[in-house]
Design a protein around this ligand. Structure first.
Ligand code: F0G
Length: 455
């Protein structure tokens, strides 16, 4: 018997979870008008809404926070952040931002996007919104059928399409975004081979390529494990090559820097860096603190060191694979992507009595909450509106270093109980919605009452 992969942490600070009853949860969900973003966190038993900003910081990170230098300009904490970010990414110019979308907004505002297009293997929603707000169109060029195929590196670019779009739209393509890992396509990784080829196409076309580096460490681990030519290569060297292939990066530090708030933007070009600093001063803060406190810069710097620990990444991939097996054993069709930060369930396939406009993803989200206080997130027609043949997914995202195997076992058991009543789960209807980003605040109601879900 192979030994189980051990979680390379022990716990020395705890937070109690408040247990709720099915009757309480029915009332709470009704009060939140069936929108889980409206439920108080303390009314959730296991919170898998997102892996963003929800990680547990290490003792070293908390210690570093106590050392935070809060000087306005030239703080010691800034130099620690800058040195870490520069040596990891090789980018000569790096600035802190309060989170990833601030970096995206600044980049989009200095790149002259009006009337242009931005190409990507998969733009995250905030990146797309920033591209559009700056007057350009975002075009996704992920691999066709990426959510259906069982292959590693389903997160990469469709290289043929990228080459075609680069030549067809040549003067209008302002830049290309390589998102690692590809959150909008099941969190799948991008191979170095694909990233090298994409960067080469961009270089040939004279178009800059930026890395959306939120989950760079998880991508590096997938490369090392699953890309034959890279097997066993040091993680730092793989991560560095990912950055080396690009002209700059945006990063939400709330993911792989394992902090609760923070971000960064880095570029190679000095003139571009000057424009970025100008915009940063106007909207985020002086370039040596961005939108952050000195203590936040310390936590990011320390987190960037910790995240490339092999034992940590091995456990993280093992944990999401374990969750995927639990959900599959419960009878739910899981997108068989090799992803670390989340497991995605195909709710459309799981609830065939519901059409995409019946919002089967939201049905499953509500059922997981009613049955066991588990909070997950719909990624389907509620989030994106009725369009195309988008899959109706539910994302079970794993916060970093927060939950143990017993929590995942509990989620598996709740999923089993929900599966037992799957055919009787009702459609969901939107009864009130805002003009945009409706999934955050829309009010919903089930078309018929939810059945009792016995434990
Ligand atoms: N890029 C990707 C790939 C992301 O997943 C996110 C955030 C961002 C950019 C924006 O970063 O939140 O710091 O402004 N994703 C979170 C999620 C919200 O739940 O997947 P941010």
């Amino acid at each position: 018997m192979p030994r189980p992969i051990i979680e390379p942490f022990r716990i020395k600070m705890v937070e109690p979870i408040r247990m709720t009853t099915p009757a309480e949860r029915a009332r709470i969900l009704g009060d939140a008008r069936y929108n889980l973003f409206g439920v108080r966190a303390e009314d959730v038993i296991v919170d898998l809404l997102t892996d963003s900003g929800t990680g547990a910081m290490s003792a070293e990170q908390w210690a570093a926070m106590m050392r935070g230098d809060e000087s306005y300009a030239g703080a010691r904490s800034w130099f620690r952040f800058e040195e870490t970010a520069r040596s990891l990414t090789g980018m000569p110019f790096v600035v802190p931002t309060h989170q990833g979308r601030a970096a995206e907004r600044i980049l989009c505002s200095v790149m002259g996007l009006e009337g242009g297009v931005v190409l990507s293997n998969g733009l995250f929603d905030t990146t797309r919104a920033n591209v559009e707000a700056a007057g350009a169109r975002g075009i996704d060029l992920g691999l066709p059928g990426a959510l259906d195929a069982h292959r590693p590196f389903g997160g990469g670019f469709d290289l043929e399409a990228l080459g075609r779009e680069l030549s067809e739209h040549a003067p209008r393509v302002r830049f290309v975004v390589a998102t690692v890992t590809n959150n909008t396509l099941g969190g799948q990784a991008v191979s170095l081979e694909n990233l090298r080829a994409s960067a080469a196409l961009c270089r040939k076309a004279g178009v800059p390529i930026f890395l959306d580096a939120c989950r760079f460490a998880e991508n590096a681990w997938a490369v090392r494990r699953d890309e034959p030519a890279e097997r066993g290569r040091p993680l730092l060297s793989i991560a560095r090559e990912m950055f080396d292939l690009c002209d700059g990066f945006t990063m939400s530090a709330k993911k792989d820097a394992i902090v609760n708030i923070g971000g960064a933007l880095g570029v190679r070009d000095a003139a571009l860096a000057a424009r970025i600093r100008e915009e940063l001063v106007r909207t985020e803060g002086f370039p040596t603190y961005g939108g952050l406190a000195g203590r936040d810069l310390e936590a990011v710097a320390q987190g960037l060191h910790e995240v490339l620990d092999e034992a940590y990444l091995e456990y993280r991939f093992a944990a999401s694979a374990y969750l995927a097996r639990e959900l599959e054993a419960a009878g739910w069709p899981v997108i068989r992507a090799v992803a670390a930060h989340a497991v995605y369930v195909d709710a459309g396939a799981a609830l065939p009595h519901l059409s995409p406009d019946d919002l089967p993803g939201q049905t499953l989200v509500c059922a997981m909450y009613l049955a066991g206080g588990v909070r997950t997130c719909e990624i389907g027609n509620l989030m994106f509106g009725s369009q195309g043949t988008r899959k109706q997914l539910v994302r079970f995202a794993l916060p970093r270093r927060v939950y143990t195997q017993s929590h995942v076992d509990y989620v598996g058991a709740v999923a089993r109980d929900v599966a037992a009543v799957a055919r009787r789960l009702p459609a969901m209807r939107v009864v009130e919605e805002p003009p945009s980003l409706r999934h955050f605040t829309a009010a919903m109601a089930p078309a018929a009452p939810f059945p009792e879900i016995p434990a």
